[in-house]
Write a protein that binds this ligand. Structure first.
Ligand code: ATP
Ligand code: ZN
Length: 210
């Protein structure tokens, strides 16, 4: 039996469950349960917060998982990656109040930037020789400039409408993300074989969608 961790409820959940179903793997999904077992494939599904998934897979609590690259790389666990899945595409971007002048990333020198992704942001700024004060906050990042908490933000964007409705303008793309399948590094032979079967089906689903 292989254990997969997926997001319990959020932007990865539906597509993660759909992918498993499209692989022909049946299970009963009760929104109240934290785990469920497939009725026709040796797979157990755990429902977790997305931020916890890389750690659980690294520790072997789950054998494999589905998570956004943004979370995976932020947590420094990109070496667990097995395969990009092509959904939950989004970008991590820097944004400033729309009335502020901005010409290049150097304008952020000495500024206060609010984000939930301090490591990805720090790497981006360091590469460009920019020194800013990074304030890590766990949510509602986009309101930070309007309450005087920051001069700029670095947050996940997909359509950009959240930025616009908060009076912000996207100025730099820091990181591009999509959902990826990750796996523990020390799977038993038996689990590795189940993973191979699952990957075979995932690849067939992906070919059919192209
Ligand atoms: P949790 O309660 O599990 O911690 P969360 O609030 O951190 O959930 P979500 O907003 O559901 O997370 O986003 C989960 C992942 O989906 C993100 O880490 C990112 O990879 C991706 N994502 C975020 N926003 C979007 C978006 N607008 N469009 C597509 N994918 C997105
Ligand atoms: Zn999360």
């Amino acid at each position: 039996m292989l254990r997969i961790a997926i997001q319990k409820s959020g932007r990865l959940s539906d597509d993660s469950l759909n992918l498993i179903r499209e692989c022909g793997i049946s299970f009963i999904n009760s929104s109240l349960k934290l785990k469920t077992e497939s009725t026709n494939f040796p797979l157990e599904i755990l429902f977790l917060r997305d931020d916890d998934i890389p750690g659980y897979v690294a520790d072997g609590v789950a054998d494999i998982g589905i998570v956004g690259q943004n979370v995976l790389v932020e947590e420094g666990m990109q070496d667990l990656t097995v395969e990009a899945l092509g959904f939950s595409k989004c970008r991590l971007s820097l944004a400033v109040p729309k009335g502020d002048s901005y010409s290049s990333v150097e304008d952020l020198n000495g500024k206060n930037i609010a984000t939930s992704y301090p490591n990805l942001l720090q790497a981006y700024l360091s590469e460009r020789g920019v020194q800013a004060n990074i304030h890590t906050i766990s949510g509602s990042v986009e309101i930070a400039p309007s309450i005087g908490l920051a001069d700029a933000i670095c947050d996940i964007v997909s359509s950009g409408s959240t930025l616009i409705s908060n009076g912000l303008r996207e100025v730099e793309q820091v990181f591009k993300s999509q959902a990826v399948l990750i796996a523990n590094k020390e799977l038993s032979e038996e689990k590795r074989e189940i993973l191979e079967k699952l990957l075979f089906r995932i690849n067939a689903v992906q070919r059919a969608q192209r």
